[in-house]
Design a protein around this ligand. Structure first.
Ligand SMILES: Nc1ncnc2c1ncn2[C@@H]1O[C@H](COP(=O)(O)OP(=O)(O)O)[C@@H](O)[C@H]1O
Ligand SMILES: [Mg+2]
Length: 255
């Protein structure tokens, strides 16, 4: 009698993952497991390799060495499109805000594209109602329901970034990679976006790169600290705050 294998305990696993640019190792021999669920934040100084690491997870860049696993499966050779079909979504990779369409139309197109990519047995009328319901649900989640009749180009910067997240959500991804989603946002926009990330995180794994240390400490399930292409430390916010190596290398100014 065969017994079903237990679900992988991790979302991503990397083994000896390395990416060189002209001999310079932007990501250098990283072997880690990123557990499923929660908000998993990566911090580190500029140039630490955070974005390159994201690119290796999403498939935008091939590694120079090493492997990437997603839930037990070796995805090292899968392109970004195939990784997206496994449920790995990265905000910019599928993000095309249509400026001359309304906010509603932008989200509905993304929802529709996702439905079209899957077998579905809805009758046309039922399907239209379903499209609308899912579109409205996402618009409420991202806090843009009330402005959804306006053109996307008229949204503030912060609202456009939230619309981008909405377009990603339309794919109903298991894993979301968000690289500095708060960049350039006002305090009000930051607050709304942090709430959004918290609201969409149950049942998903959120990978976040973020600089705002107060946000990082309040939102993260775990924090991974990168430095010169390597992992300096992994831990809960309290563990990272108390970590002397992290204090010395990175959080020096954090009393
Ligand atoms: N396409 C590229 N070509 C050459 N060097 C790159 C490229 N992408 C990143 N780098 C270099 O790799 C290092 C890590 O960059 P990056 O991953 O963007 O860091 P972070 O996101 O942590 O600021 C930096 O020194 C950067 O200049
Ligand atoms: Mg970066």
């Amino acid at each position: 009698m065969s017994v079903a294998a237990p679900a992988a305990s991790y979302a991503f696993k990397t083994t000896n993952l390395t990416r060189s640019f002209a001999g310079f190792k932007a990501v250098n021999d990283v072997s880690i497991e990123i557990p499923r669920g929660g908000v998993r934040t990566i911090i580190g100084p500029n140039g630490a390799g955070k974005t390159t690491f994201f690119n290796l997870l999403s498939g935008l860049l091939p590694p120079s060495n090493g492997h990437v696993f997603f839930e037990e499966r070796d995805i090292t050779d899968l392109d970004p499109y195939r990784r997206a079909r496994l449920g790995i979504a990265r905000s910019f990779q599928i993000t095309n805000i249509f400026n001359k369409l309304t906010v509603y139309e932008n989200v509905r197109l993304a929802v529709q594209a996702n439905y079209d990519g899957k077998a579905n047995f809805f009758l046309p009328t039922r399907r239209m109602g379903d499209l609308h319901a899912r579109t409205a649900e996402i618009l409420r989640d991202i806090g843009l329901f009330d402005v959804s009749g306006g053109l996307a180009e008229n949204l503030s910067h912060g609202d456009q970034r939230r619309l981008e997240i909405g377009l990603v959500l339309a794919r109903d991804p298991q894993v979301l990679l968000l690289d500095e989603p708060l960049a350039g946002m006002s305090p009000t926009e930051t607050h709304a976006t942090v709430e959004l990330i918290q609201r969409i995180s149950p049942g998903r794994t959120i990978l976040l790169v973020e600089h705002d240390i107060d946000v990082v400490m309040s939102i993260s399930t775990t924090i991974t600290v990168m430095q010169t292409g390597q992992i300096l430390a992994v831990g809960t916010p309290d563990e990272i705050r108390a970590n002397e190596a992290v204090q010395r290398a990175y959080l020096g100014g954090l009393a």
